[in-house]
Design a protein. Structure first.
Length: 276
């Protein structure tokens, strides 16, 4: 094997999706290896490395391995029309959110710096002793989802999907049967894909996404469809989605920066300098 051969690098604490991706990579003759530490394996330097793991692992190895880690813009949700989000969403700072005097759902837009949840007011958010006031956050009106789905998107089209939650609790099922109480073939799939197509159409003009990403959508308790959020595919759980299709999206979203088209450059995660 030459240094030009592609390699799938998995984070040290490999999860179920990582195991599935490793198997899928093997089926197509792609070398896969699991890191033994939070450093870039010396033997991979110079290889065409693709990564799957959390943001901390991507930051630890990304610059040294020449990775281009794609992620949706932090304010992506705020650019979508109200008809698709189902609630008002704003992008601001943690200092601003601490001044809230109403219930709101608050989350970090990219990294999991604190738990995303509904806060009765800004007083229950992490204080300045824990996080700086300029930490970016998304603040949205409270909406409760009855069922939620994850879609892996490549070049503006859904490549794989899975249900992942019902009434806020983990409930995994393949997309083909996830929406049907009687588990009839393709139950619920048409509605999920139709709504996601509307989201991707809006994204193409008003709220661009990278060429590879994860989009979560759901049906609210009152029966409306709404976008939940968008995330980086190289760090997203696959749940019951087809691993081979998920792998296609992951390879694009977390691969060599030199191979990315210019249209993906605005979505590159800023990687820290390597410190040894």
């Amino acid at each position: 094997m030459t240094t030009a051969d592609p390699v799938l690098l998995l984070a040290p604490r490999i999860n179920e999706t990582g195991l599935q991706l490793r198997t899928a990579a093997g089926r197509r003759g792609l070398r896969a290896c699991t890191a033994t530490s939070w450093q870039a394996p010396p033997g991979l330097r110079g290889s065409a490395v693709h990564v799957y793991g959390g943001p901390l692992f991507g930051d630890a190895v990304g610059r040294e391995l020449g990775l281009g880690l794609l992620e949706p813009a932090a304010d992506w949700l705020t650019r979508l029309p109200l008809a698709l989000t189902g609630r008002r969403v704003s992008f601001g700072t943690l200092a601003e959110a601490r001044r809230l005097r109403r219930p709101a759902f608050v989350k970090p837009p990219v990294d999991k710096l604190f738990a995303a949840r509904v806060h009765p007011d800004g007083g229950t958010l992490p204080g300045p002793e824990l996080l700086d006031g300029d930490t970016p956050v998304l603040v949205s009106e409270v909406v409760r989802f009855g069922v939620e789905y994850r879609l892996f998107v490549l070049d503006g089209a859904v490549r794989a999907g899975s249900r992942y939650a019902v009434d806020g609790d983990l409930s995994v099922a393949p997309l083909e049967t996830a929406g049907a109480p009687d588990r009839a073939p393709d139950g619920g799939t048409a509605e999920v894909l139709a709504f996601t197509a509307d989201v991707l159409a809006a994204s193409a003009s008003d709220a661009p996404l990278p060429s590879a990403a994860v989009v979560d959508v759901g049906r609210t308790e009152d029966g409306r469809w709404a976008v939940v959020e968008a995330n980086a595919a190289w760090a997203g759980g696959g749940y019951a989605a087809d691993p081979d299709a998920v792998l296609d999206v992951v390879l694009r979203s977390g691969g060599p920066a030199a191979q990315l088209p210019s249209t993906d450059r605005p979505f590159l995660r800023e990687l820290p300098e390597v410190v040894r």
